[in-house]
Structures are given as C-alpha cells and as structure tokens.
Design a protein. Structure first.
Length: 265
C-alpha cells in the first residue's frame, strides 16, 4: 500500500484548490490512489463552514489594499491564515481503504483528524517540540508552561499555543483540505484574524519552539512530515513529479517501480 506524494511548491490558493479538486475527482473514480499534496501559499485567509466573519479583524478594504485574498471553503473549522513558511498538506484519502483504526466500512472523519494530529505531533517531536491535543480544540498545541513573571510577580500561567491547524472535508468517503504546520511563519500575520475563532490561546511556530540544535527548514519539515504520514497511516510514500504525471492512468493506477521513494515507512 502506498500514497502518492506531490510537492507543489508555493502556489496561489485558487491554483492549489483547482489541483486538489482534480485529484479528488480522480480519486472518487478510482483513477488514482491516495495522495498527499504538500505546498505553501502566498498570504491568504480562508473561512471554513463554521466561520464567523467577525473573526477576521481587517475590513474587506484593508484586505484588498494589502493584496490578501479571502476564500469561503467547505472544510470544517473557522478562519485560518496561510502564508510563506507554513507547510500546508492536503491529504486526498479514500476512507474506505485499509486505514489504522477503521472499525466499519470506512474510517470516521474524527478518527481521520486524530491520525493527522498524530502525524504532526510526531513531526514536532523530531524538532524537539513536545505537543499535544486539546479536547474540543482540533489541531496540535504546545504544552502550557509554568508561571510567567509579570511586574515582578509570578502570576500569569503560560497558555498552550497552536503550532498546527487542521480542517478537512469528506465527500463520498474521500477527504480534501487538511493541515497547516507553522514552520518559519511570520506570526505577525495572524494578527489579522482570531485564529480558528479561539481567543484565549495564541499561535507559535517550529522556528520559535524548536531545540536550538535542530533548526527547522521548510525542506526538512516537508520530508519529516511525509515520513511520519507514511508511518502513521501504514503506507509507503511514493514521490510524484507533477499533477499531470499523477493523473496519467498508466502511472497513477500502479506503484511506479522505476522511481525512487522519497521516504519509506
């Protein structure tokens, strides 16, 4: 069993959505196997199905002035920021397949999200960043600290911070959208929104939290994430060069024996 792995680089959100929709359509017709798209976006805001527009703190005029697009999408969750230095993953997976934890005809969407969280928790750990789940708050979070010094006293507890956001959509048992891991993201851009509608916790990045001896880069984060995806989902990750190669029937329907694997589970 394998997953096609495709790195798109930094692409505009609309272009990535078009590519994702092509792969989703092919997966629903069983013309291509399970696929993981990894990429970056230029600065963009997306509103999920449960989003509240008040969680976008800039007016439409200011967004337009700064060249920031705003998209309403069918994933779960509230408002999310994507931008340079953030590794975005779009897993296109048929939940009826042989997947860890499947107890019926298909893996449940919540169980799928838990698997994505596990991928990201393991990835953060490889950079020396210990993270966890928080019940009721989808995503991956740093641990709370002790007490922070404030005006000479130890009064304020350091809250958990989100390092990765997750929001998925499932149609005909095939997933789309996915996760966003802050690697070297400029966190000031999150000031434009209330991330995921959560007001009492902030955001962080691997760059800020990582062990000084393990400097995170986008290329390294991509490879570590892909490797952990294969481990958690029990699949071999197979490098694919382009969307067109992926969707070519002769190569998409079988494991490419003549191409090297990017990572092996």
């Amino acid at each position: 069993m394998f997953v096609h792995l495709l790195h798109l680089g930094r692409v505009p959100y609309a272009e990535a959505m078009e590519a994702q929709q092509r792969v989703v359509a092919a997966r629903k017709q069983n013309l291509v196997g399970d696929t993981l798209l990894l990429l970056e976006h230029p600065p963009v805001l997306t509103l999920g199905r449960n989003a509240n527009r008040s969680n976008v703190l800039l007016s439409d005029e200011l967004l337009a002035k700064r060249g920031i697009d705003l998209y309403e999408v069918n994933r779960g969750g509230d408002v999310t920021y994507h931008g340079p230095g953030q590794l975005v993953g779009y897993p296109i997976i048929d939940l009826r397949g042989d997947l860890p934890g499947k107890r019926g005809p298909h893996l449940g969407p919540v169980d799928f999200v838990r698997l994505l969280e596990e991928v990201l928790i393991r990835t953060c750990a490889e950079f020396g960043v210990m993270t966890k789940r928080i019940p009721g708050c989808t995503g991956v979070w740093t641990f709370a600290g002790g007490l922070d010094a404030e005006e000479g006293t130890l009064e304020r507890r350091i809250q958990e911070k989100k390092v990765a956001a997750i929001g998925v959509h499932v149609s005909q048992a095939v997933t789309s959208h996915g996760f966003a891991l802050n690697v070297t993201t400029d966190l000031r851009d999150f000031d434009w929104i209330v991330p995921c509608g959560i007001r009492d916790r902030g955001v962080t990045s691997l760059e800020l939290e990582a062990d000084p001896a393990t400097e995170p880069t986008m290329d390294l984060a991509l490879n570590v994430t892909a490797r952990n995806f294969g481990r958690v989902f029990g699949r071999q990750m197979i490098w694919t060069e382009s969307i067109d190669q992926l969707l070519t029937p002769s190569s998409a329907s079988s494991t490419p024996k003549d191409k090297p694997d990017l990572v092996v589970r």
